[in-house]
Design a protein around this ligand. Structure first.
Ligand code: GDP
Length: 190
């Protein structure tokens, strides 16, 4: 039986993916203020952070809304998953995720160029209807910006992704990005 404080209506797995140093763990900790995990997998050159979020459906006059739970959440570590040695790690980490936040750093063009690579990884290994949101992080570093908003926007449109720019440092659009992807997932599964 579930304990009362752990009750929830839905459990979605959302992953953060992108080059090292783009701000995945900072985005996650900014959003959750709880513990976070950052798995560094140097063997495959990939960093993943995953967190299972709990949220409840609440109804008000305007209809259904999603409400993110404060409180305990279940964390899963890539290395703690049962894995067969034959399965690539990416498959295990990406598997079961309904959403992916694909992050690049607006001050580092290479991290934006590598977005295509991450996208391929997701499309090869993720659920076919996974919701992918492109995130340009570190907008607070205005004087260092090297990836134009319009370029990322048009790339996202071409690839059918949602797009948002964030600053984990200044807490700009972080809440909004998670809320948006969770709402999109919710729309798809309900
Ligand atoms: P990860 O490897 O993708 O998880 O990146 P981290 O979250 O570890 O962040 C890498 C570095 O970028 C750290 O030094 C962070 O302090 C910095 N950083 C992350 N997000 C931001 C941001 O929004 N603005 C600025 N200025 N720095 C950031």
């Amino acid at each position: 039986a579930r304990r009362a404080e752990e009750e929830y209506d839905y459990l979605f797995k959302v992953i953060l993916i992108g080059d090292s140093g783009v701000g995945k763990s900072k985005l996650l900790s900014r959003f959750t203020r709880n513990e976070f995990i950052l798995e560094s997998k140097s063997t495959i050159g990939v960093e993943f952070a995953t967190r299972t979020l709990q949220f409840n459906e609440v109804k008000d006059d305007s209809g259904k809304q999603l409400w993110l739970r404060e409180g305990p959440s279940r964390l899963r570590y890539g290395t703690q998953l049962d894995r067969k040695d034959t399965e690539p790690l990416q498959v295990l980490i990406i598997g079961g995720a309904l959403g992916a936040l694909l992050v690049y750093d607006v001050t580092k063009p290479t991290t934006f160029e590598n977005v295509s690579r991450w996208l391929k990884e997701l499309r090869d290994h993720a659920d076919s209807n996974i919701v992918i949101m492109l995130i340009g992080n570190k907008t607070d570093l205005k004087h260092l910006r090297a990836v134009a908003t319009e370029d990322a926007q048009s790339f996202a449109e071409k690839e059918g992704l949602s797009f948002i720019e964030t600053s984990a440092l200044e807490a700009t659009n972080v809440e909004k990005s998670f809320q948006t992807i969770l709402s999109e997932i919710y729309r798809i599964i309900s």
